[in-house]
Design a protein around this ligand. Structure first.
Ligand code: DGL
Length: 268
């Protein structure tokens, strides 16, 4: 098999990265994709940067073992903690994700932007650098959202638990006049209907997955690694967590059946 037909690996702490995976699938239909949900260790949002970095290395090693030609870190928290280290260690293209602050400050009319993210992302040096670069053009309010990714991991996309959390997290942002909300965690796009309902129809919600898919395409093109076959690429899914509930949840989020494999022991 030539390098172009090798798979692209995508991973997250759990099912959240499927929001990015779906976009990659839609934009790059010929690529073979591997998805790893590190559900056995989710959430990453309250773990140490060392722990998240260790997990990012283990999963990237696994994807390399599977012949991956590129890896997408479909997790803001893991990108903030580990991407610089991964890029030093591995030579294939590694694409990360970060809160879409640049488009948000361009978009806002009220001049107030709210960012919903994990505590780890908000406290990271990478986020501080992003704020330094783009934050001066608007009032940027970063809101850590403990427990919100866990709701998605449990399949609670509506109902009282995510609603109560979101009401609490959105309140200070909306009270300050935020008209643009950045989803700084890949789990949150699955909560967009609820967020939109609570924030109101005029608030713009930004999900960075389309930008990640574009960046992936650019990097593959530059490295002459884009899949050149005519057939639609295949998909494989892996988890470090419990098989049945994860498979059910993934199928629900993707809207199609999923055959889930357990991550081999040495990468768990
Ligand atoms: N989906 C992840 C992110 O984009 C992390 C959620 C978590 O594990 O806390 O940050």
């Amino acid at each position: 098999m030539d390098d172009n037909s090798h798979p692209i690996g995508v991973f997250d702490s759990g099912v959240g990265g499927l929001s990015v995976f779906q976009r990659i699938r839609a934009d790059l239909p010929r690529e073979t994709l591997l998805y790893v949900a590190d559900s056995g260790h989710a959430p990453y949002g309250n773990k140490s940067a060392e722990f998240v970095t260790r997990r990012a290395f283990a999963i990237t090693e696994f994807l390399l073992d599977q012949g991956a030609k590129a890896v997408v870190v479909a997790c803001n928290t893991a990108t903030a903690a580990a991407i610089a280290h991964l890029r030093v260690h591995f030579s294939f293209p590694i694409i990360g994700i970060e809160p879409a602050l640049k488009p948000a400050v361009a978009e806002t009319r009220s001049g107030v932007v709210g960012i919903l993210a994990t505590g780890n992302t908000v406290r990271s040096d990478k986020f501080a650098a992003l704020l330094d670069q783009h934050g001066h053009r608007a009032r940027v309010m970063a809101q850590p959202c403990p427990g919100l990714a866990d709701c998605v991991e449990r399949g609670e996309l509506s109902g009282s638990h995510p609603r109560v959390l979101l009401e609490r997290y959105l309140e200070p942002l909306l009270a300050a006049g935020a008209d643009t909300l950045v989803l700084g965690c890949t789990h949150y796009p699955f909560l967009i209907p609820l967020i939109q309902r609570l924030a109101g129809p005029k608030v713009v919600i930004l999900d960075p997955s389309p930008a990640v898919a574009r960046q992936l395409r650019r990097r593959l093109e530059a490295a002459h690694l884009l899949a050149d076959g005519r057939a639609v690429g295949g998909e494989r899914y892996f988890t470090s967590g419990a098989h049945e509930p994860t498979a059910r949840l993934m199928a629900r989020l993707l809207g199609r059946p999923v055959t889930l494999e357990i991550l081999p022991e040495r990468f768990r």
